[in-house]
Design a protein around this ligand. Structure first.
Ligand SMILES: Nc1ncnc2c1ncn2[C@@H]1O[C@H](COP(=O)(O)OP(=O)(O)OP(=O)(O)O)[C@@H](O)[C@H]1O
Ligand SMILES: [Mg+2]
Length: 380
């Protein structure tokens, strides 16, 4: 079986988003614009009768990297499966449409405006203003405040009445950190996959240590979490209003998962770019995390920090391995390319932050050691 090449899969998706736009807006003039590099979905700007929209579709419900690695067969099989997937009511974009309505409705959160959903393609209106990543880069001294604002805003919104009910049946578990970790690294195929990262030896040790660390029971999955709360998924419109979120992966989970994803991706960004202000940002991250832990009853703090550290490390490993196994012909975002170029430092960070996990059960120690390693990796 020959896995499909990126150019063919991207061309197929490009045709499908145009066809979907013509279905959503019959008779409109649809002009394709730039494609946003993604390892997950196909995302492209379109102009529809002169109005800009973002179109997003998933190929066969798995990441683009998996499709290009042959997870859905050769090009012909991908085409056939995709034709069925696009019209399936449970497709990721169909669930994402429900989730955007939930965010704007019962959750009362700022969110990208849903412009339409047709034939498996989600259309949203462009959101403007800097993302959380860009704001922190511009004002590193505000890291703690900005993280606090986003995490509180999201948690309050998702706890509102009607949210859990609205998400039921439309949750996107595909973005969950521990589910993704289990899917990627379990069994024989997990070992083979790790070898293809070029950092197989280090990373398989990391996997083993994280599995052991996770034996400590974690809090029950009680609340609805955002699920894919990366710093580039929160935008701050320039009118000074509240944050606007995009790319939700709402599901029931432990609220610490949202903080974990933010921390993991923010730190990876620092390791990738090595900005002069990395130390300031990491101080802000540290102070935000400690303040969050302090807000809990004393007996829960250590467990919360343990779960946070394990999820941060799992998420970093999940995305590092995706970037490292992406075929060379798939265009990567600057962030992804940066992480891949600094893969050795990221793998070192994971190795050195997981080594001490077996030695103590104290969450505050796990967090302190992770942060020390993050500082070293960002400065390396
Ligand atoms: N409505 C929008 N307004 C502004 N930017 C958008 C919009 N929709 C998507 N984007 C941009 O495209 C990027 C990719 O879109 P999105 O995050 O929805 O797709 P994805 O494939 O799930 O991404 P990833 O897995 O990389 O998070 C976003 O991070 C954002 O930069
Ligand atoms: Mg995204």
């Amino acid at each position: 079986m020959m896995p499909p090449v990126a150019a063919d899969v991207l061309a197929m998706a490009a045709e499908q988003v145009i066809a979907a736009a013509q279905t959503a807006w019959p008779g409109a003039e649809v002009v394709p614009g730039p494609v946003t590099p993604s390892v997950t979905s196909y995302v492209q700007r379109l102009s529809v009768d002169g109005r800009d929209v973002y179109a997003k579709t998933s190929v066969c419900g798995v990441s683009l990297v998996s499709v290009l690695r042959g997870a859905c067969g050769d090009l012909e099989t991908v085409r056939a499966r995709q034709a069925a997937y696009l019209v399936s009511p449970g497709s990721i974009t169909a669930r994402e449409a429900v989730q955007l309505r939930t965010l704007a409705g019962p959750a009362r959160l700022g969110t990208v405006t849903l412009a339409g959903h047709a034939r498996g393609v989600l259309f949203t209106e462009p959101v403007t203003g800097p993302t959380l990543t860009e704001l922190i880069e511009a004002e590193p001294g505000r890291t703690r405040e900005l993280l606090g604002l986003v995490v509180r805003d999201v948690a309050e919104g998702l706890a509102r009445r009607g949210v859990a009910e609205a998400v039921q049946g439309a949750s996107i578990r595909e973005r969950g950190i521990s589910g993704t970790f289990a899917r990627k690294f379990n069994g024989l195929s997990g070992g083979l996959y790790l070898r293809q990262t070029g950092q197989g030896e280090t990373l398989s040790t990391v996997v083993t240590r994280l599995r052991r660390a996770r034996r400590v029971p974690s809090a029950p999955a009680g609340t609805v979490v955002f699920g894919d709360l990366k710093p580039e998924h929160a935008a701050f419109p320039v009118d000074g209003g509240r944050p606007v979120y995009l790319d939700p992966g709402l599901m029931r989970g432990n609220e610490v998962a949202d903080t974990a994803k933010l921390v993991s991706r923010l730190v990876l960004g620092l390791v990738a770019r090595g900005p002069a202000a990395a130390g300031v940002v990491l101080c802000g991250v540290d102070s935000f995390v400690r303040a969050s832990a302090r807000r809990l009853p004393a007996e829960q703090r250590s467990g919360w920090l343990r779960e946070l550290v394990v999820l941060v490390l799992m998420d970093s490993l999940n995305i590092l391995s995706t970037y490292l196994t992406a075929p060379a012909d798939l265009p990567l975002s600057a962030h992804a390319a940066g992480v891949r170029d600094r893969a050795r430092h990221v793998a070192d960070l994971l190795d050195r932050a997981t080594a001490p996990l077996a030695g103590t059960e104290d969450g505050a120690t796990w967090w302190r050691l992770y942060l020390t390693r993050a500082r070293e990796a960002a400065a390396a």
